[in-house]
Structure formats: C-alpha cells, structure tokens
Design a protein around this ligand. Structure first.
Ligand code: ATP
Ligand code: MG
Length: 444
C-alpha cells in the first residue's frame, strides 16, 4: 500500500476535543470519525486493527469449543418483557417502533434472545452443554459517552452464553471462558487481570471483570501486585486444571471499587504488595444460574425423567474498546510513537524511502522490498511522498507499524536500515530483517 493513496487522514496536531491518548491518536491518525455522540465510522486503519482483534477473539472462542452464531441487532420487546428487563433496563435501552407500531429495541446485550433460540430447539440434557457466541454491534444510550470508542453508545462486542445441566457443569463452562480470556488478552499483548466484580443489571452471583491497568481507566481497582506474575500457560481444558487456575488467581485480592472492603484489603494484602490504581474493563464474565431460563421457560429433560431450568452464564469482550485499550497500553504520547503488537498491527512494516523529483531510485527499492515482504506474508506500507525525512518519520510513528525500514541515498545495494519502531536502526540484510519479523509473528 502507498501512503499517498491510502485513506489515512492524518492531522498535524492533536485534536482538542480528545481527553485521553487513545482518543487523541485514533482521531489524529484517522482511525475513526465521529458521526454523532458516541457513534463512529471506522476508517481503514482503525477497521484493520479492530478486525484483527475480532479474529483473535474468535479463534480463542473456537479453541474452547464455543460455536459462532449471529443474532440481529434489532430485537423484539416481547422477550424482554418475559425476562422482566424491559422496564429494568431503563433509558440506556434504545427503543424503536416499527411501522406496525410494534415495540422493538436495539440490543444492548443478548441474554433474552439467545435463551429464546435455545428453548426453541434444545429439549434434553443430552444436548448439553451448549456454548454459543456472536460478535455483533450493541447499542447502549450511555449517559456520558466519552473517550471516543472507549465508552461509545454503539460498540462492537463479543458475547457468549453457556447452557448447562447443573451448577457444577456451569462452573466448568465458566472456567473455560476464564482461561480463554486470559489467552485472548495475552495474544493481544495485554496484561488483563481477572477481578471479582459486581454483576449489575445482568444479575447473578459469580462474576469477574478483566481489567488492564491504565491511569485513564474508569474502574478503580484494589489489588495484590503479585497477581501480575501469574500465567495461564500450559493449563489444559479439563475440570480440575481449570479449577486450579481460578484458585491460583483468586488467592490474590483483586477487586473493583463496588466490591472493595478496606478491612479485608488490609488483612489480606501486606503493605508492600498493595496496589490501588485505575484500569479499563475489557471483558466481563457472569454466572447467573436460572435468572433468565426460569422466567423464559428454558428447561430440559433430566436423566430421571424430571425437567429443570438450564443454568446459564454470559461472557463479554469489548472488541471495539480493546482498540483504545491497546493504545492506552502501548502509545508513548510524549515521543508520539505508537507500536502496535504485531498480532493486531494494521501494517507490520513501514517502508520509508527518501525520494525527490530527480531521484526515484529509493522508491524503486522500496517497492521491491515490499514485494519481497509480501512473498513472506508480511504486510507493509510505503511512504511514497516527497516530504522530508522527519515529517515522514513522524507520520509512520503515529501509524505504528512495529517495524520500520528506511531507505536513504547511501543505502547500499543489499543492506537496509531496519528498526523496531521506537528503537535504534541497524543496517542489516533484508533476509535478516524478514527473519526477525517472522520470529516475532510466530511468538505472538
Ligand atoms: P462498563 O462498566 O464499562 O459500563 P459494563 O459492565 O456495562 O461496562 P458489560 O455489560 O459487562 O459492560 O459488557 C461487556 C464488555 O463490553 C465490557 O467489559 C466492555 O469491554 C464492553 N463495553 C461495555 N459498554 C461499552 C461501551 N459503552 N463502549 C464500549 N465498550 C463497552
Ligand atoms: Mg461489565
């Protein structure tokens, strides 16, 4: 891709309306454009990142055996009346009337709809567990939409739902998602901590929020620092291993402010391990038993001939919010350098040839390098403009490819100036550079 032909509308300066760095960068580098309060269009750069995040989320859901479906954004009010949430949800729900004057709504979440789908066809315990997910736009008419896509009104979410025969089986499903979330955030190069949380309007009693640290986050957290050293590597998807994994995390105090208890915090965490800070909620999992299955009549036949309501959980990841969360974690706003994790980078390499009217040889070289990269499955963008070097670097640093290749006049035939974005450049052979990039891709 040539920068001159790309739709990446970069601004010279930070837009004044943006208060936090992710919102600043996203507007500055043209990842999104606001269409109305809390509602955005996604431009090519932002869209590429979001789609890559979505794909990682999808792969990690599939890996634990969750089946993908797609439910609509517009729902009928009937099922929400059955569950009792039509009134409870209040003004956050966008209510719409169709031409027959039927009450419809733009889904803020999908517990009712998925329960309706489930009850229509699953009748026996033999079909359980059922784990279903979709990745779809949601609408919540937030009181204060802000920070760009971090708290939008329309946002993109992965939401999954589990249906089980007993509490014990349901906890197993819950723990599978617990592991899957740790794996997902790790692939996004984020440290997300599971914290005991309140269940809010979704209801229920067991719940964890997955939070990444950031000063600009809206969740206040109280935690034992040692939780950051834990890892889920090597955990199998079997009942006992997953129980142990959750125990390993739950051993450390880690809560958001709704669950905070000062006395408990001081008793359980020694002074030197206490951390009180802020974070961004990127995922939230809930177990709520028969909260929806009972009022909506979603039951199955049990082995002995009796019937019972299925035990359900729900599991959300803020896919669009993650774009902002990654920027909050990775963008150095002082030096104005962004470096995307290679797993979600819009381009893996930025190629920066020094070009002027009389000498296009560096551009030719850039095109050849880009082709060579493509053969190796590496996606690059070339700055083919005739701007000066520092202005080119400034733009590419904002675009944030994890690697940069600079082609100056003196660059000799088979060496390139190669750098990890933000680090020093070194002169190496292109094959070596390709090797380094490939190694990072594999380990991610
Ligand atoms: P919050 O506490 O941030 O308002 P929530 O607890 O209401 O979020 P959930 O119902 O748990 O949200 O939704 C699952 C996930 O969807 C959240 O963990 C978050 O990542 C994302 N999300 C929720 N609301 C928004 C929003 N307004 N804009 C962007 N992402 C959101
Ligand atoms: Mg939540």
């Amino acid at each position: 891709m040539y920068l001159s032909k790309s739709f990446i509308p970069i601004l010279k300066n930070n837009p004044s309306e943006a208060k936090i760095k992710s919102h600043q960068l996203m507007l500055r580098v043209g990842m999104i454009k606001q269409s109305s309060a809390g509602i955005y269009s996604w431009l090519p750069l932002g869209f590429k990142v979001m789609k890559k995040i979505e794909q990682i989320v999808r792969e990690e859901q599939n890996r634990i055996g969750v089946q993908e479906i797609l439910m609509p954004t517009i729902q009928s009010s009937e099922i929400w009346k059955e569950s009792g949430r039509y009134e409870d949800y209040g003004e956050e729900m966008l209510r719409i009337k169709d031409r027959q004057n039927r009450e419809m709504l733009y889904g803020p979440t999908n517990e009712e709809l998925v329960t309706d789908i489930f009850r229509a066809s699953v009748k026996s315990y033999k079909s359980l567990p059922q784990l279903l997910y979709h990745i779809q736009w949601k609408f919540r008419d937030e009181v204060r939409p802000r920070f760009g896509i971090m708290r939008g009104r329309e946002f993109y979410m992965k939401d999954a739902y589990s249906f089980d025969i007993s509490d014990e089986e349901a906890f197993f499903s819950y723990n599978k998602f617990f592991l899957s979330y740790l794996r997902t955030f790790k692939r996004l190069d984020l440290t997300a901590i599971p914290m005991a949380a309140d269940t809010g309007p979704i209801g229920g009693n067991l719940s964890h929020e997955f939070i990444i640290l950031a000063d600009t986050g809206e969740s206040k957290i109280f935690t034992d620092k040692r939780i950051f050293e834990l890892d889920s590597d090597g955990t199998n998807v079997d009942k006992e291993a997953l129980k142990d994994l959750r125990k390993k995390y739950e051993k450390f105090y880690a809560v958001t402010d709704e669950k905070f208890n000062e006395k408990e915090f001081e008793e359980k965490v020694s002074q030197e391990n206490r951390l009180i800070t802020k974070g961004i909620e990127v995922g939230h999992i809930f177990y709520f038993g028969d909260k929806y299955s009972k009022p909506m009549g979603a039951s199955v036949d049990l082995p002995g001939g009796k019937k019972d309501f299925v035990k359900m959980g729900s599991y959300g990841i803020g896919v669009s919010r993650l774009v902002g969360a990654i920027i909050e974690a990775k963008y150095d706003e002082k030096s104005e350098i962004m470096k995307w994790p290679i797993s979600v980078a819009p381009y893996e390499v930025s190629i920066i040839p020094m070009i002027n009217k009389n000498d296009q040889s560096a551009l030719e070289k850039a095109v050849n390098i880009s082709k060579e990269l493509m053969v190796n499955n590496i996606v690059s963008i070339i700055d083919d403009t005739e701007e000066n070097f520092s202005s080119k670097m400034r733009k590419m640093n904002l675009i944030g490819s994890p690697f940069q290749i600079i082609i100056g006049k003196q660059t000799d035939a088979d060496l390139v100036e190669f750098k990890e974005t933000g680090n020093e450049a070194k002169k190496i052979k292109l094959e070596e550079a390709i090797k380094i990039i490939k190694e990072q891709k594999v380990s991610n």
